[in-house]
Design a binder for this molecule. Structure first.
Ligand SMILES: Nc1nc2c(ncn2[C@@H]2O[C@H](COP(=O)(O)OP(=O)(O)OP(=O)(O)O)[C@@H](O)[C@H]2O)c(=O)[nH]1
Ligand SMILES: [Mg+2]
Length: 556
């Protein structure tokens, strides 16, 4: 007993010493690496990882799935990563990968120490050519730079864009998306630029993808696959990871047939069709089971967080929504001092982050930052991320942040409206925020004011317009709140505290044993508190100064 106590003290003392040296807490296996006990500590490029009996190849992408499958980096060889002995894991940056949040920075430092100067830290970025078919009805065709979005997505997925191709056609070629002449051009370009992947800004049908792969002898990634890949590498929370996995499996299920076509082509005679079909059915069944399992687990998480939210009497929720990279997280950081991840890249944020923000008039609101949108966000993804986006759906007010300096701002605005419509959130009161005003000249400002007279022009970077934003939010919250005079027995202290927390007090005094106040309160909170007020023997009526018929009738 005493010995195990000593051992424990020794272990924690060692970890304590490491923390005091700035290394923080380390998992046991990382300790082994630090202490030089790891067998794989000195391995070099091209060898396999022998840490913890892993055997996973080093210095190569750890991605042995077939090329057209959506991937979750780090999903394979999980024990390898968990063990902490892998060079890739040790050197992986804090912004990527499943472990990075909790252990990234100090693990990185360990990696630097133990493998200093020995090996490149990451495989080289994949060289990709981006290509789009610009049909008259496609959104991209109307953009100032039709390839800007898909290029941004490819970069966000960690690729290096080495070539760009577009083809104007009434609609994508039914077999290969691009016409035969264009295919020759793409083939030559990919060869000249030594590209390994062609990223197509389309949702390819399984047969189009297969034909393109055959024609070009390259890996083909379509838009949905690319977005799923970005989400897979960025997902941090358990819920986000499950949501991405669900979206990937749903996407995969619709494409399963294509993966078994090599069996169809083995001759098609007796004895060859059967196994192929059986395998397809087996895969479908397994994927179906996995999908149901994921849905069940997500529903559990969703129900738990919904119950928690219903039990809480939270202040008004204001959600930041908008096109990706518009500056939503930057605004959250600026207003609340939160430690959200801000980066000049698409889909920097994948989880919802909520922080308290105190308005100038003393009211506190919950400010929520969430996933940004892009044009034609894959439906599977919107469906899978419904729970994350649900916080947005339940907001009292949406702040639609738009990058005013983006030449394609109108397209971006429409894209966001369309996703909000898909989520059923288009009825929520919305305030348009035009961000990045510091990048605009005077003429652009005048044009924007004429175009969006209701919007608030701000710059998170320079701080311009943030006071106006505060006032505009307060005004919006007041516009649909009820204005009531309430009288509560002063013994109902909790009720009075709740009222103070979720409403805006305009006047407060004690009359005898009663607390009397004139309050502005949102309909949601009023619905939650009305019963309690009645039970506590409180009285309430539309405030004398309130001209709102809605207020009077509700209060009555
Ligand atoms: N010039 C300028 N840049 C800004 C401003 N606000 C944000 N940015 C930059 O815009 C980029 C994107 O900012 P984020 O806050 O990560 O954008 P986001 O909307 O949260 O993006 P996602 O999470 O990807 O949807 C970052 O490089 C910011 O520094 C601004 O007012 N002016
Ligand atoms: Mg963000």
């Amino acid at each position: 007993m005493a010995r195990s106590g000593n051992r424990a003290r020794g272990k924690w003392a060692r970890r304590g010493r490491a923390a005091s040296r700035g290394l923080g807490w380390l998992p046991g296996a990382a300790w082994a690496v630090l202490a030089g006990r790891s067998r794989g500590r000195q391995h070099g490029a091209g060898r396999t990882c022998d840490d913890f009996g892993c055997g996973f190849p080093r210095g190569v992408a750890w991605d042995p799935l077939p090329p057209r499958l959506p991937r979750t980096r780090g999903e394979l060889a999980p024990s390898h990563h968990r063990a902490g002995g892998c060079r890739r894991f040790l050197l992986r940056g804090p912004s990527r990968g499943r472990h990075s949040r909790a252990r990234g920075p100090h693990i990185d430092r360990v990696g630097e120490q133990s493998l200093k100067g020995s090996l490149p830290t990451r495989p080289p970025a994949e060289r990709v050519v981006v290509a789009a078919v610009l049909s008259p009805d496609s959104e991209a065709a109307q953009a100032a730079d039709p390839l800007a979005e898909i290029e941004g997505l490819a970069v966000a997925a960690g690729a290096e864009v080495v070539g760009r191709v577009t083809q104007r056609r009434p609609k994508p070629h039914v077999r290969t998306a691009f016409g035969p002449g264009k295919l020759d051009e793409i083939r030559a370009l990919c060869k000249a630029r030594d590209a390994q992947v062609l990223v197509v800004d389309l949702d390819l049908s399984p047969s189009q993808g297969r034909n393109l792969e055959k024609e070009l002898d390259l890996r083909i990634i379509d838009r949905t696959e690319l977005i799923l890949d970005i989400f897979a590498t960025r997902a941090r929370s358990r819920q986000a990871k499950l949501q991405v996995e669900l979206a990937q499996l749903q996407y995969l299920r619709s494409r399963l047939r294509r993966m078994w076509t090599h069996l169809e082509r083995t001759g098609g005679g007796i004895g060859t069709r059967g196994p192929g079909e059986t395998q397809l059915e087996t895969d479908r069944r397994l994927i179906g089971q996995k999908i149901s399992d994921l849905k069940r687990r997500l529903a559990d998480i969703e129900a738990r967080s919904r119950r928690r939210a219903e039990d809480r009497l939270d202040p008004n929720t204001v959600s930041l929504v908008g096109y990706t990279n518009a500056g939503k997280s930057s605004l959250l950081v600026k207003l609340t001092g939160a430690d959200a991840y801000v980066a000049d890249q698409l889909f920097a944020t994948l989880d919802t982050r909520v922080r308290h923000w105190k308005l100038e008039d003393g009211r506190t609101v919950m400010l929520a930052d969430t996933v940004g949108f892009v044009r034609e966000l894959p439906h599977h993804l919107v469906a899978s991320f419904h729970a994350t986006l649900e916080e947005t759906l339940h907001a009292d007010l949406l702040l639609h942040v738009l990058d005013a300096s983006d030449p394609d701002r109108m397209l971006n605005l429409r894209a966001v409206h369309s996703v909000l419509g898909e989520l059923g959130a288009d009825e929520i009161p919305t305030l348009l925020i035009l961000n990045k005003a510091d990048l605009l000249d005077d003429a652009e400002r005048i044009a924007l004011r004429a175009e969006f007279p209701e919007a608030v022009l701000i710059s998170v970077k320079s701080g311009e317009g943030l006071d106006l934003l505060d006032a505009a939010i307060a005004q919006q919250l007041d516009a649909w709140s009820l204005h009531l005079d309430v009288r509560v027995p002063s013994g109902a202290g909790k009720l009075i505290a709740d009222l103070k927390r979720v409403s805006r007090l305009q006047d407060e005094r004690y009359e005898g044993a009663d607390w009397c106040a004139s309050v502005r309160i949102g309909p949601r909170h009023w619905g939650m508190l009305q019963g309690e007020l009645r039970r506590a023997g409180a009285s309430f009526a539309a405030a004398a100064s309130s001209g709102s018929a809605a207020s009077a009738s509700e209060a009555g």
